[in-house]
Structure formats: structure tokens, C-alpha cells
Write a protein that binds this ligand. Structure first.
Ligand code: NDP
Ligand code: 8X3
Length: 250
């Protein structure tokens, strides 16, 4: 029986690469994001390999989130795998000068959005007594770095929520885990620095993780035997030793 995965943030970066990886393995896909043109192009690219349904909603908006997931056609309603990936950093500022709209965005998207999507999907999983949830955390969820304050807080919350989910969903045989990458070359820094020049330098002078590297690990986690749950993964590129130590050759 083919499995169905719902991936948030499938229009870019890690989410899109995961959609490609899952499609290669014939997993049915529900791809989510806000940019319809991107959803259309990913759907077009992957429809040759598997069946794909797209949902356009903002995870910050709980009504939109619940309505979108409730609208799934029958063939896509039973979500076996949930990849809670949508999220970003907004800004990189000391706490005393941080921007409140950036703080709202990070807590609303990375934390509350993950909760809304999970709340819409988990009842089906508990009813069927099966399922697999992978939350995309970050090395920023394990270690706080200068000016990372609220983004790190949002990713620490993702890790705490992941543990809580694993405990509460244990009686239902639902697997829950977190994949926590360090620097990955995606649109992440363009969003963090609002398209500013600072984004251009983030991945210079070393080979950062590529979104496909993270997608490989996500697929590894979802393809383990039924009795194996990959609970927590921290992954860095070779040049990175911690949030603040990156060997660069400039
Ligand atoms: P990208 O910016 O490339 O992708 C972010 C994705 O999230 C997009 O598909 C975007 O879709 C979606 N998204 C953002 N905001 C919303 C929203 N309000 N509602 C719905 N979807 C939203 O970044 P990455 O691929 O790098 O990031 C994916 C995840 O990985 C994030 O949770 C990030 O924190 C985490 N991460 C990233 C690392 C990195 O260095 N890149 C390292 C560690 C973790 P759209 O704009 O179409 O809505
Ligand atoms: C993204 C990695 O180091 O920019 O979560 O926080 S970092």
C-alpha cells in the first residue's frame, strides 16, 4: 500500500527537496505552501512519478490551515507521514533592538503553525493507530548563538513539542522525531535578511549542507522498519562544528 505524506513548506529548500526524494520512492504527496506558481511547478515536475495534491495556505492562519486540510480529496485524506517543515528565521538582531514583527513571524510560523498543522492531522493518525511525524528543528534548537534569540527560542520550542508529541502519541504507535540541520543553502538567508546583501555571504567560503542532504536523512527516517523510530538527528556540513564555528576559506 502506497503511503501519503503531507509536507509543509514544499515550495522551496528542504521541503521541496523532500518532495522530490519522496516522489522517487513513489510516496503520494500533499504539498503545501503559499506561492501558487511554485506549488504548480513542483506538482508538474513530480506528477510523472507519483500522485500530487497541492494546498495553498498560510500556517499562521488557523482557519485557513484547518479548512485547507479538511478540503483534501478522499485519495489524500489519510496522511501517513507529516513533515512539519514550513518556517524561517526573520532577522538576526540583538534582543534589545529586535523587531517585534519578526518575533511574531517566527513564533507564529515556526511554533504555532507547526501546532495548527499537527492538530489537523493527528486525529486521523490516532484513529488509525499509525503515523509518522517529523518536525524540522535546527541546530538553533540545541544551541543559542549571538543575535539568534527568538529564532533559537522557536526551534527550542519545536524540540520540546517534538518530545511532548512522542510521549503523548506513544500509546497510538505513532512515530515522532526531529531532524535538526545546521547551515543549509536554501532561500532561508534571503528570508532572514529580507533579500539584503548579508544573505549573499552566508554560504560563501565553504560547502554548506544542500537541501537534498537533509531530504536524504528525512527519507532514511521514514523508511526504517516499523519498530525503529529515528527520534532526533543533528546534522552539520563538514565545515561546521557548531552554530558559531564554521571553517571558511575566503
Ligand atoms: P526556505 O526559505 O527555502 O523554505 C521555507 C519554506 O517554508 C517555503 O516553502 C515557504 O513557502 C514555507 N513557509 C514560510 N512561511 C510560511 C507560512 N507562513 N505559511 C506556509 N508556509 C510557509 O527555507 P528552508 O528550506 O531552509 O527552511 C525549511 C525549514 O528548515 C524551516 O523550518 C527552517 O527553520 C529549517 N532549517 C533551515 C536551515 C537552513 O540553514 N536553511 C537549518 C536548520 C533548519 P511559501 O513562501 O511558499 O509559503
Ligand atoms: C538554520 C541554521 O544556524 O542559521 O536553522 O540558525 S542557523
Amino acid at each position: 500500500m502506497k503511503k501519503t505524506a503531507l509536507i509543509t513548506g514544499a515550495t522551496s529548500g528542504i521541503g521541496r527537496a523532500t518532495a522530490h526524494e519522496f516522489a522517487k520512492h513513489g510516496i503520494n504527496l500533499v504539498l503545501c505552501g503559499r506561492r501558487q506558481d511554485r506549488l504548480d511547478s513542483v506538482q508538474k515536475a513530480l506528477s510523472k512519478q507519483t500522485i500530487v495534491h497541492t494546498l495553498n495556505f498560510d500556517v499562521r492562519d488557523k482557519t485557513q490551515t484547518f479548512e485547507a486540510i479538511a478540503s483534501l480529496p478522499k485519495a489524500f485524506q489519510n496522511i501517513d507521514i507529516l513533515i512539519n517543515n514550513a518556517g524561517n528565521a526573520h532577522g538576526l538582531d540583538p534582543i534589545q533592538t529586535g523587531n517585534i514583527d519578526d518575533w511574531d513571524a517566527m513564533m507564529d510560523i515556526n511554533v504555532k503553525g507547526l501546532l495548527y498543522v499537527s492538530k489537523a492531522i493527528i486525529p486521523g493518525m490516532t484513529e488509525r493507530k499509525s503515523g509518522h511525524i517529523i518536525n524540522i528543528g535546527s541546530s538553533a534548537g540545541k544551541e543559542v548563538y549571538p543575535n539568534g534569540n527568538v529564532y533559537c527560542g522557536s526551534k527550542h520550542a519545536v524540540l520540546a513539542i517534538t518530545e511532548g508529541m512522542r510521549i503523548d502519541l506513544n500509546p497510538f504507535g505513532i512515530k515522532v522525531g526531529a531532524i535538526n540541520p545546521g547551515l543549509v543553502e536554501t532561500e532561508f538567508s534571503k528570508v532572514r535578511f529580507k533579500g539584503g546583501a548579508a544573505a549573499d555571504n552566508v554560504y560563501k567560503g565553504y560547502k554548506a549542507l544542500q537541501p537534498e542532504d537533509v531530504a536524504d536523512v528525512i527519507y532514511f527516517a521514514v523508511s526504517r522498519p516499523a519498530h525503529v523510530n529515528i527520534a532526533d538527528v543533528l546534522m552539520f556540513c563538514t565545515a561546521q562544528a557548531s552554530s558559531t564555528i564554521v571553517k571558511k576559506e575566503l
